[in-house]
Design a protein around this ligand. Sequence first.
Ligand SMILES: *Cc1c(COP(=O)(O)O)cnc(C)c1O
Length: 430
Amino acid sequence: MKFYSTRKSCEEVNSIQAVLAGLAPDGGLYIPSNFPNTSFIGLAPETPFVERAKEILWPFFSADLDRGSFNSICEKSFDFPVPLRFRNQQEAVLELFNGPTLAFKDFGARFLAEFLERFGETQEKPVTVLVATSGDTGGAVAAAFFNRPGIRVFVLFPKGRVSDRQRAQLTCWGKNVFSYAVNGTFDDCQKLVKAAFSEVSICAAHRLTTANSINLGRVLPQIVYHSHAASIFYHKTGEKPVYIVPTGNLGNTLAAFWAKEMGAPIGKIVAAVNENRAIPDALISRKWTPRHAIQTLANAMDVGNPSNMERLIHLFGNIESLSQKIQAFSVSDSSIQETIRNSFFGKGEILCPHTAVAEYVRTKYFANDPAIIVSTASPAKFETIVEPLIGKPVEIPPKLLELLSKPLHEKVIDPDLSNLDWDDFIFTKN
Ligand SMILES: *Cc1c(COP(=O)(O)O)cnc(C)c1O
C-alpha cells in the first residue's frame, strides 16, 4: 500500500517511509491510499485481540514488511488485555487502560516503538522522536521507547498542567528520554514540534520523527480496538453501537472512522470533548477555526487545534460533509465532576475525567441507544481530581506504583527550539 499527504504536494511513500517521516514534507499528514474492507463480521467474536491486529493491519504493511517481522511487532506491542465490559445488553465500556502507562496511548506508542526499532536503526544516526504531550502521550511514548537502541525521545509537556502522577510518568526515565517542562500550553508544545519539522536542517541532521497522532504508526494500530469492540458488540446484540470517544487531538476518533471505512459495524461516531470547543463549534458554523487550548479537568484533551482535523476533513472532502458524519458535544468541568460522582455512587464505577466526558454525553444525549463508551485512562492517574469527588482513595496499580518511586529528570524551558539538547546524544543500551 502507498501513503500520500493530505496536502498532495509531495510524493507517495511506502509504510516505512511514512512512519519514519511522521509528518509529510509538505506539512500535511500521511493517509493510506485505500482502506481494505476486512470482513470484520466474519471474524469470530472470540478472535484474540492480537490475532485481529495481525489480520486488520497487515494490508497496510504487506508490501514493505515480511509477515514474520510484522507478526512479531504485533505480538510484542499488544501483550495486555483489552476488555469490552458490558453493563447490559445495550451498553458496553471499552477499557483501553491496561497497558504499561494505563492509557490508550500505549497501543500506538508500543507499536511505533517496535516498528522504529526495527526500521530506524538501519542507518548510523539515531532517530529523534519528538513528542508534544498534554499528559498521556508523552508517558506512553517514554515508556515504550526507553532504552531502545538507536532512538532518543524529546518529550515536551506544558509545565504545571499535568497531574503529579502523569508528571512522574513523563520524567522518571532519563537515558535516551529527554523530558522538557515547557512554559506554555499543549498547543505551544505542539507548535515547537511543527517548527522543528519545518526546519530542513534540523530534520536532516537528526532524523526527526514524531510519536504524536500525526504519525500513522500511532493511529493505524488504534483501528484494531475499535474494530474489535464493534465486532464483539454486534455479535452479541445484533446492533451497530453509537460510538462515543473522549476526544482531544482527534486521533482516536479518526481511527474509529477508519475502522468503519474498513467495514467495522460501528453506527454513529460521537466526539465527546471538554470545554475546548473547536470541534463542535466548527460543525455548527461549518468553518474550521483553531483555538487556543484552555485548561480543564480532562487535561489530555486540552487541545485547541487538533491535528487530525486535517485527516478527517480530507476523508469526507470538506467540513460540510464531515458534519453529516460526526456529532460532537462539549462537556463542562462541573459536568465531569457530577458524572464521576454519579458513576461511583450510582454504579460503583470509578471513571477518569476523560472517560467521564464520554459517559456524560452517553447519559445526556444517547441514553436509549445501543452504545460503546470508550474509556481512555485509569482513574488512578488522576487521583487529585477523582478522590475528593468519591471520598476515598483510588487503588494504585502496581505498574504505576513502581514508576512513582523513581527520581524525576526534567528541564524547564521556554518554547524555543534552541532550548532542546540537540547535540546531546551518546546512548548505548545496557
Ligand atoms: C490522548 C487522550 C485523549 C484524547 O485522544 P485523541 O486521540 O487525542 O483525541 C483522551 N483521553 C485520554 C486519557 C488521553 O490520554
